[in-house]
Design a protein around this ligand. Structure first.
Ligand SMILES: NC(=O)c1ccc[n+]([C@@H]2O[C@H](COP(=O)([O-])OP(=O)(O)OC[C@H]3O[C@@H](n4cnc5c(N)ncnc54)[C@H](OP(=O)(O)O)[C@@H]3O)[C@@H](O)[C@H]2O)c1
Length: 219
């Protein structure tokens, strides 16, 4: 894709860099390619067999270094293990002014490695000064991200962040995947969303399996 064609994208189409080509990165990439967004994978090795195979499945996506993908994007998605998050953000370079969607969960061997008085998302924000950090896509499994279709209705996608515009952008990207976005407000609400991942994982392992999702009921 040339620089000119990138700049000519219509406003509803987002230029998205996804850092990490694992389960979450590939699930989100698949949905956003289908929704016609411009998706570039930021990876440690764009020529690996794994990345080539993923590009073959995705069709209309590109892969490059983390730095190049992030530099060209307006939305950067962090989908690495928690232990690699700081290194991956450093590799991405200056993210100021960009929406940075943090999908990570700071889960260590004995549970959450961060919590109560801060959150992984707030640490991510401290590592990426000026980035518009939104916590999202951390409370459900990658299988749900890959396919958000449920007979009972749209699954809820809880998100939070300190910038209203960034939350709106993320909400639209969640809706494009089939979710009902639920705006939880400021980034400190990640202190609640990250423990929800522990609950989801525990229930999945206890017998619910990996295809269940949260829903919001109103009356
Ligand atoms: N799996 C889930 O269902 C799920 C659901 C919600 C949230 N999460 C959270 O989302 C994050 C990603 O989970 P995942 O299951 O997708 O993990 P994964 O399958 O292990 O993939 C992570 C990817 O991160 C990249 N990576 C690894 N080390 C890196 C480093 N040092 N620097 C830069 N990139 C690195 C790798 O991509 P490259 O080889 O291309 O560099 C790798 O494929 C985790 O924090 C997890 O807690 C997972």
């Amino acid at each position: 894709m040339t620089e000119k064609s990138i700049l000519a994208l219509p406003p509803s189409i987002r230029r998205i860099a996804i850092i990490g080509t694992g389960r979450v990165g590939s699930a989100l990439a698949g949905g956003w390619v289908k929704a016609k967004h411009s998706v570039t994978l930021g990876t440690r090795d764009a020529h690996s067999d794994k990345v080539r195979a993923l590009l073959g499945q995705l069709g209309a996506a590109l892969a490059t270094t983390i730095a190049r993908a992030a530099a060209a994007a307006e939305v950067v998605v962090l989908a690495t293990p928690w232990t690699a998050a700081q290194e991956a953000i450093a590799a991405a370079g200056d993210l100021s002014g960009k929406v940075l969607i943090d999908c990570t969960n700071p889960i260590g061997p004995t549970g959450l490695a961060v919590g109560h008085t801060t959150s992984g998302a707030e640490q991510v924000a401290s590592w990426a000064p000026g980035a518009l950090v939104v916590k999202a896509f951390n409370t459900i499994g990658a299988e749900v991200m890959a396919n958000a279709q449920y007979a009972a209705g749209r699954p809820a996608l809880l998100l939070c962040g300190d910038d209203a515009g960034a939350r709106q952008t993320t909400a639209q990207l969640a809706a494009d995947l089939g979710f009902e976005p639920v705006d939880c407000g400021p980034l400190r609400l990640a202190r609640g969303l990250e423990p929800m991942a522990v609950v989801w994982i525990t229930l999945a392992r206890a017998g619910l399996g990996r295809e269940f999702a949260w829903a919001l009921l109103r009356r």
